[in-house]
Structures are given as structure tokens and as C-alpha cells.
Design a protein around this ligand. Structure first.
Ligand code: 0A1
Ligand code: ZN
Length: 889
């Protein structure tokens, strides 16, 4: 794991491979301690590149034999490469035999064991930990796989594609032979062997083809797979309807595994899922879990076209598949949501996530473009920028060419590139070529700066109204802050969806100077210069602008709107996203004023009454109310400040929350009663919105009561916790008690643990809840340290490590950023401990310090010291080293 030296890989150095591997026959003799792998490859030279040796990747392997056309051949091993100088010019067969040790593989990359079964994870560069190969995405081969294993221990043997044959062998062993007809890069290879059971469903698609869908899990988990199966079917139907993309395999398999570094993986025909992204029952999973599972199942399924049929030429193009596939899963979730309001709730949640994770990334040490220029460890670039900003970029294509234009562009993309490994430029070109003359196509080069420039653009908007001329001039200015390695930025193409409202909230018709007539009350302006003015004519009165509707571009907007104008938008905007945005801005302005001045936060009557009006509104959906009444996250607040004092931010947010709890106490109580769900559990938008609002109300009521010493609401919360018929309500009540530090929190936590002992995903929630408990006199931090010793805790399982350690370090700023630096010392210890087990998880944790340079003292100096301590460790993985060195650069 540690023998490789850290080299910087640059996008501009891309060279096509010297050889192509056309077919691979793999044979596995599966044993946990030592698995034998035999690989027979049909190879041909790539005549388009200079003549050179065959260099294969291989890591942590034990090489047993190398034959070319059946004869031995001389080779050498250098670092992580196997080099064969004398490879023939004519096509040849290469046979390699090696072994690997799945049971010792704690990095969960390559072939590993989990719960006594075998699983693989090959993206990005895990295949080289299974056998020697040209382990790069532009080498696409047809795979045949022959699995042999003990039948009693591993009754199920799976690989990509179609099952050709299965049968018995001597000594209690058995075999299965699989063939995948689609050429694929090695990162999409997968195998699974274990004692698993499957939920099965046969479907006939629109095209009239029959398919077998299977969801494999451990015995006992079968009843938790219904939602995943339904989500898979819904995804298949949606992709056929929206993009005319059919399922291309007779059999589509999904497998759950408890030990997994990410959410899931789109291996061709054999998706492998973290159980946390697959298993759900009303008793054990929350509404948010159900929603997440639906979107991850969809995401992996959609990769079958955007990623697998058309893949990436090199890993710098990762967003080609990830940005596009996130966009597709977000669109799917919105279409599933059905009502306009539920669609807006999806959009708000996606934007909240982007602002909480991607905006800080874009302004920190790891800031990188959607298409990065260089990396040391590719696993460090499965980031919010590549995924979520990448998705926003794809959304902007759709905004610029329209929905039909985008679908035409996708069609052309597949016509041109099916079966190929391509670049982000190829995608951009296809969308542009399908839409000649469009706002995109005429600005394509400038638009592509979204791929090359890091940093979140700042958009300033100022309007001026001329009552005499009845014109409204909107001046838009943009600038993108410097990021590491990119001092100067060029203007980007920013689609600004907007409407104009009267102060009474009526939508005004929009007519730009030079236009013959008004065209509707909403439109998209395209900003492509550093500064541009747009003049609206025939404007009857001074308008309130509603800008960047639906969050039409991933930028920071400064619209200079007054409180009164924000209140107008909150009350009347037809765009639900901007309505929510107004609620957040009103809160943010108050929190920032308190943090900046150092004065205690006191909420004014105007704000409180606005929030009361939202809560009591007769028509707004519960889900929307919950989002509008939830205060902005501490990470997003920190983003707005040049110098960040996490304790000051936390104190201001807590004060705001408490005052909202107190001032609206009667309204919260009414809302709580009014939003009880009487019907049988369904994780649909209406029910989950009601539960979300009821849970927020309960949290407010318990908080208020705990402060005033009243025991009624804590008692009711405890009762609800005990009686709840589903996990959303149970966890909601438990969180309310824990977050308020109510006395009943302790017995409730103990009871919860006893109730769900042995259910690992629920116990993760138990750890996570405690890891995130708002700090009170250092008790939360102390509790986390204590929980590290709990018999259920282990660093080896990524979900468990995340549940406790990441909850504290990433999502509990006030407990983590301590004046005595103990949080940072803990962080350094855990990064090092994790690095010895699983570098990918360690480096995710290392990223917590990305923005240490903006911390106020004494946090800043202490953080630097902790990072330096990690960096000083001699045998750090490349994964962690890249992160800490960038942080210190
Ligand atoms: N392609 C997967 C994400 C993924 C990436 C790397 C992994 O292992 C290191 C696992 C999964 C997706 O986008 O869902
Ligand atoms: Zn993906």
C-alpha cells in the first residue's frame, strides 16, 4: 500500500495506451486468505502511438506466472508496474497468474471480504489490486469470468453480464461462468461470492423485452429490499420515458455490503451498494433514508448509459459521468415528486447540499475545477465539485438550450459516442451541435470555463427604476475569487432566471429594450461579460427583482435587497425556491450581524412575525414550511465570513433557534398537533413533509420547555419516542430530547440502543446522533471520546467510523473547534489510525481541515499544528498526504 511514490498526474500529459486489451478471461479460485487469479487477455498494439513496452498496473499482488502466446517471457517489476519489453507487434495472448489476499484487504479497494463474503470495488484503480492490467478507463474489453469457490460458504457466485453455466466441482466446491457482452473499462468489473438471498422481479420494458431484476442481501435483510426494488423499477421506467434509454441487459443485479467506502457502485449489470444506501423498512429507516435510497438506486442505474455505455477517457473527465448522472438522478427525484411544490422541495434540498459541501470546497485548500488539471490520488477527486457542481453545470446546459434541446443533445451524444471513452469536451460539443444558434452554442468556449475554472463566481445585481421613462435597469457584475493555482479568472456564462414583482407581489410582464412586446413574467438572462446591464421597459412601478430563480447557476448572489423586499418575496414569489431563499436570507442577515458585531443576537418582531406567517400559512406545504423555518447551516454561515469563529456562529444560531422556539411556542404546538400522520406509513412527499414539520415543531417545543424547566413537552417527546410506529418519528423525538440536553435524553438513548442492538444501520444512527449533539460545557466532545471505547464501535467499518468521528468533526463545529485544541488532536489521531486501515476514509476525514486558514485565533494556529502533525508522519498514504500537503501549501 505504501511502496508507491506520490507523482502528480496531469491532464495535459494524457497519452493513449500503447496496447489495447480486447478480451479478458478471468478465473478466480476464491479463498479468503489467498485467492488465485488467472487472466488471459487478447492484446493488440495501438499503432497510433510510438512503439514501446507493455506496462501493466499491479498493486499488492503476488505474481506467479507470465506467458505470451503460451510461452514464458521476460519481464520486470518496477514499483506498481509489470513491464514486458518483448511484447510482439502482432496480436497476442497474455496469460498472467497471480494471487491476492482478500481477507487482509482493509482498504476495501480491489477484492475484499465483508461478513464472510467476497466483494470487489474497482473504481477508480482497484482492478490493479486484483490482477495485472491496463487499469485505465480508455481500455475497454469484453470480460468472461469463471468463479470457483466452496459451495456451502459461498452458494451465490456473481459477476457482470449473463450467467452462461454453473455446476458442481470436487471437494464441495462449485463454479459459475459469466459473460458480459459489452466492452467495459476495468473499473466496472465486479464479482460477488457469498451466502446471500435475493428479491427477484421480472419486468417487461416498453421495448417489449423481458428482464430479471435481483437485489441480493444477507439472509434476514430481504424484507428491507422492497423499496430498493421499487426504486429500480421506477428508474428503468423513467430513463426510457425521459431519455429513451432502455435497459440493455437481460439481468440486472444489485448487491448490498456492510463494508463499503462510498454509497454505491455502478458495475455493469452488478451494482454494489453500501447497505446504508439500499436497505430500508419503516421501523429502521427515516424518510430521508428512503429518499436517499431512491436517488442512489436511480443514480447507479442511470450510470448504465451515462458512465458505462459511454465512459470517461481518463479520470480528469470524471464529471462527464458523475455530473451528468447526478443531474439525471436529481431530475428523476423531481419528476417522482409529482407536485410543483414537492419538486421545489427537491431543488431546495439539492442546493442546500451544494452550499453546505461544495461551496466550502470551492473556497478551500482543495478547490479544483469540475474537470481537474492534476491529481496525486484520484480517489481524492470524488468530490462535491465533480459531482454536485458538475450537475449544476449540466443543469445550465438544459437551462440554456431548453428541455427538448437538452434531450436532443443527449441523443446526439449517444449516437456519436456509444461504446467509447470520451471527454467533457465531447459532451459539450454534442449538446451544442444539437442546438445550433442557441444561447449555449453561440458561447460554447466561454461556457466551458465552468469546467476549467475553480471557485464559486460572485454575482452582484443592482437595479434602478426610472419612473418617468418607466424603465428598470438591472446591472449584473460577476467575479470569481482566486483559488490555489488559479489567480485570475475570466467571466463565465451565467444564466440568470428572473421575474419582477410589484411591491404588492404581482408578477410584472417582462419586455427588454428593443423587443416588440412583453414575453411572459419569467425569463432567462445570459450574463457572459464581467458586467452587463439589461433594460426592462414598460415597467409600471418600481419592482422587486426575484433573481436566480430555481438557483439557475451555482453562484453566490448579492442582490442588495432590503428586508422589506425579502419579505415581499417570502410572501409572494411564484418561484418556491426564491421564496425559501428569502427566508434564509432574512435569517442569515440577522445571524451575520450578530457574529460580526459580537453583540448577542436578538430577533426582531418583523422576522418573528414573518416566520409565524410561514408556519401558520394556509396553503404552503408542510415540507416547504419546515425548510423555510430551518435556520441556515453553520457551514454555510461560515462561508459568508472572512474570519470564522465557529463558536460565535454556533452561539448566534442557538440563540436564534431558542428565540424562535420561545416566540412561536403556541404556533409550534398547533403545528405539531396539526401535522400528525394518521394514515399507514409511506415515505411520500406529503407524509414526509408532515413528519418533518412535526419533528421540527417537537424539537422547538422540547428546547423551549427544557430552557424554562417545564417537563410536559420532554415527557411527550419521550412518550412519542417510545410509541412511534416508524423510525422518522422515533428518531425525531429522540433527537429533540438529545439536542435540548433534556434529562430524558439519557434513558431514551439507552432504550434505543437496547431496542436496535445488532441492527448495524440503526446503531450507526445512534452513534451519529450523539456525535452531532450540540455542545454544552464540553460534554458532547467528552461523550464522543467515551463512545470510541464502546464495544459496538470500530474504525474498520466505514459507516461506523463516519457515524461517530465524522459526525463530530464535520457536523458538530462547536464541539469540534475547541479553545484547548483537543478536537484537533483527536482529529489527527483518528486520521492516522484510519490511514493504517483505509486510506480513502482517512483522507475524507483529513478534508475537515480544508478551510483552516480562515479560522479565527486560537483555532487557526492549533489547526495548523494538528495538520502539520499528520503531515510529519513518514509512511502516510498518498491519499492523506495529498490532502494535508495541499492544506499546508
Ligand atoms: N461511481 C460511484 C462512486 C464510487 C466511487 C469510488 C468508489 O470506490 C472507491 C466507490 C463508488 C458513484 O458515483 O456512485
Ligand atoms: Zn456516480
Amino acid at each position: 500500500m505504501r511502496e508507491g511514490s506520490a507523482t502528480l498526474i496531469r491532464r495535459e500529459d494524457y497519452l493513449a495506451p500503447a496496447f489495447w486489451i480486447r478480451t479478458v478471461d478471468l478465473t478466480f479460485d476464491l479463498e479468503p486468505a489467498k485467492t488465485l487469479v488467472t487472466s488471459k487477455m487478447q492484446i493488440e498494439r495501438n499503432s497510433a502511438v510510438p512503439h514501446g513496452p507493455l506496462r501493466l498496473h499491479g498493486e499488492e499482488l503476488n505474481l506467479l506466472r507470465v506467458l505470451i502466446n503460451g510461452d514464458s517471457v521476460s519481464f520486470r517489476q518496477e514499483g506498481h508496474e509489470l513491464i514486458i519489453e518483448g511484447a510482439p507487434d502482432a496480436d497476442f495472448t497474455l496469460e498472467i497468474r497471480n494471487s491476492c489476499a482478500p481477507e487482509k484487504n482493509t482498504s476495501l479497494s480491489g477484492l475484499y471480504t465483508s461478513g464472510g463474503s467476497f466483494f470487489t470495488q474497482c473504481e477508480a484503480e482497484g482492478f490493479r489490486r486484483i490482477t495485472y492490467f491496463l487499469d485505465r478507463p480508455d481500455v475497454m474489453a469484453v470480460y468472461s469470468v469463471h468463479l470457483r469457490a466452496d459451495k456451502a460458504k459461498y452458494p451465490v457466485l456473481l459477476s457482470n453480464g449473463n450467467l452462461l453455466e454453473a455446476g458442481e466441482l470436487d471437494n464441495g466446491r462449485h463454479f459459475a461462468k459469466w459473460h458480459d457482452p459489452f466492452p467495459k473499462p476495468s473499473y466496472l468489473f465486479a464479482l460477488v461470492a457469498g451466502d446471500l438471498v435475493a428479491r427477484e422481479q421480472r419486468i417487461r420494458t416498453r421495448a417489449g423485452k423481458d428482464h430479471l431484476l435481483q437485489v441480493f442481501v444477507r439472509r434476514g435483510d430481504l424484507e428491507k429490499t422492497e423499496h430498493a426494488m421499487n426504486s429500480l423499477i421506477a428508474s428503468i421506467v423513467w430513463d426510457e420515458a425521459r431519455f429513451k434509454l432502455p435497459l440493455d441487459l437481460e439481468r440486472f443485479m444489485v448487491v448490498g455490503v456492510s463494508d463499503f467506502n462510498m454509497g454505491a457502485m455502478e458495475n455493469k449489470g452488478l451494482n454494489i451498494f453500501n447497505t446504508s444506501a439500499l436497505l430500508a423498512s419503516p421501523a429502521t429507516a427515516t424518510d430521508a433514508d428512503f429518499h436517499r435510497i431512491e436517488s442512489i438506486v436511480a443514480h447507479e442505474y442511470f450510470h448504465n448509459w451515462t458512465g458505462n455505455r459511454v465512459t470517461c477517457r481518463d479520470w480528469f473527465q470524471l464529471s462527464l459521468k458523475e455530473g451528468l448522472t447526478v443531474f439525471r438522478d436529481q431530475e428523476f427525484s423531481m419528476d417522482m415528486a409529482a407536485t410543483p411544490s414537492a419538486r421545489a422541495v427537491c431543488r431546495i434540498q439539492d442546493v442546500r447540499q451544494l452550499r453546505a459541501m461544495q461551496f466550502p470546497e470551492d473556497s478551500g485548500a482543495m478547490a479544483h475545477p469540475v474537470r481537474p488539471d492534476s491529481y496525486v490520488e484520484i480517489n481524492n477527486f470524488y468530490t462535491a465539485t465533480v459531482y454536485d457542481k458538475g450537475s449544476e453545470v449540466v443543469r445550465m446546459y438544459q437551462t440554456l438550450v431548453g428541455r427538448a434541446g437538452f434531450e436532443a443533445g443527449m441523443k446526439l451524444y449517444f449516437e456519436r459516442h456509444d461504446g467509447q471513452a470520451v471527454t467533457c469536451d465531447d459532451f459539450a460539443q454534442a449538446i451544442a451541435d444539437a442546438n445550433p444558434g442557441s444561447a449555449l452554442t453561440t458561447r460554447l468556449d466561454a461556457f466551458k470555463r465552468w469546467y476549467s475554472q475553480a471557485g464559486t463566481p460572485h454575482l452582484q445585481a443592482r437595479g434602478s427604476y426610472d419612473a418617468e421613462a418607466r424603465t428598470y435597469t438591472l446591472t449584473l457584475k460577476q467575479s470569481t475569487p482566486a483559488t490555489p493555482g488559479q489567480a485570475d479568472k475570466l467571466p463565465q456564462v451565467i444564466p440568470v432566471a428572473l421575474g419582477l414583482l410589484t411591491h404588492e407581489g404581482q408578477a410584472l410582464p417582462l419586455q427588454l429594450q428593443g423587443e416588440a412586446a412583453a414575453a411572459g413574467t419569467e425569463r432567462v438572462l445570459v450574463l457572459d461579460q464581467a458586467e452587463q446591464s439589461f433594460v426592462f421597459v414598460e415597467v409600471a412601478s418600481a419592482p422587486v427583482p426575484s433573481l436566480l430563480r430555481g438557483f439557475s447557476a451555482p453562484v453566490v448572489l448579492d442582490d442588495g435587497l432590503s428586508d422589506a423586499e425579502l419579505l415581499t418575496l417570502l410572501k409572494h414569489d411564484s418561484d418556491a425556491f426564491n421564496r425559501w431563499e428569502a427566508s434564509q436570507r432574512l435569517a442569515l442577515n440577522r445571524i451575520l450581524a450578530a457574529v460580526r458585531s459580537g453583540a448577542p443576537l436578538v430577533l426582531d418582531a418583523a422576522y418573528i412575525e414573518a416566520m409565524r406567517a410561514v408556519l401558520r400559512h394556509a396553503e404552503l406545504d408542510a415540507a416547504f414550511k419546515e425548510l423555510a423555518l430551518t435556520l441556515p447551516g453553520e457551514a454555510y454561515i461560515a462561508e459568508q465570513l472572512d474570519v470564522v469563529d465557529p463558536q460565535a456562529i454556533h452561539a448566534a444560531v442557538e440563540a436564534a433557534r431558542l428565540q424562535l422556539a420561545q416566540a412561536l411556542a403556541t404556533d409550534w404546538a398547533e403545528a405539531y398537533e396539526a401535522h400528525q400522520v394518521k394514515a399507514g406509513y409511506a415515505p411520500d412527499p406529503v407524509q414526509s413533509g408532515r413528519r418533518a414539520l412535526a419533528n421540527l415543531a417537537l424539537a422547538m417545543l422540547v428546547l423551549n420547555a427544557t430552557q424554562s424547566g417545564d417537563s410536559v413537552w420532554p415527557g411527550r417527546a419521550y412518550q412519542r419516542f417510545k410509541d412511534a410506529g416508524n423510525m422518522t418519528d422515533r428518531l425525531g423525538a429522540l433527537s429533540a430530547l438529545v439536542a435540548a440536553h433534556a434529562e430524558l435524553a439519557e434513558p431514551a438513548l439507552a432504550r434505543f440502543h437496547a431496542l436496535f442492538k445488532g441492527d448495524e444501520l440503526v446503531i450507526d444512527k445512534w452513534f451519529a446522533l450523539q456525535g452531532r449533539t450540540p455542545e454544552l460545557d464540553g460534554k458532547s466532545f467528552a461523550r464522543v471520546k467515551q463512545l470510541m471505547q464502546h464495544p459496538d464501535f470500530t474504525l474498520k467499518n466505514p459507516n461506523r467510523a463516519r457515524s461517530l468521528i465524522f459526525s463530530l468533526c464535520m457536523f458538530n463545529p462547536a464541539a469540534f473547534h475547541r479553545k484547548d485544541a483537543a478536537g484537533y488532536v483527536f482529529w489527527a489521531e483518528q486520521v492516522l489510525a484510519l490511514d493504517a486501515i483505509n486510506p480513502q476514509i482517512a483522507s475524507r476525514l483529513a478534508r475537515v481541515m480544508d478551510r483552516w486558514t480562515v479560522l479565527a485565533e486560537p483555532y487557526r494556529s492549533a489547526a495548523r499544528e494538528a495538520i502539520a502533525r499528520v503531515a510529519a508522519k513518514a509512511d502516510l498514504s498518498n491519499d492523506v498526504r495529498e490532502i494535508v500537503e495541499r492544506a499546508l501549501a
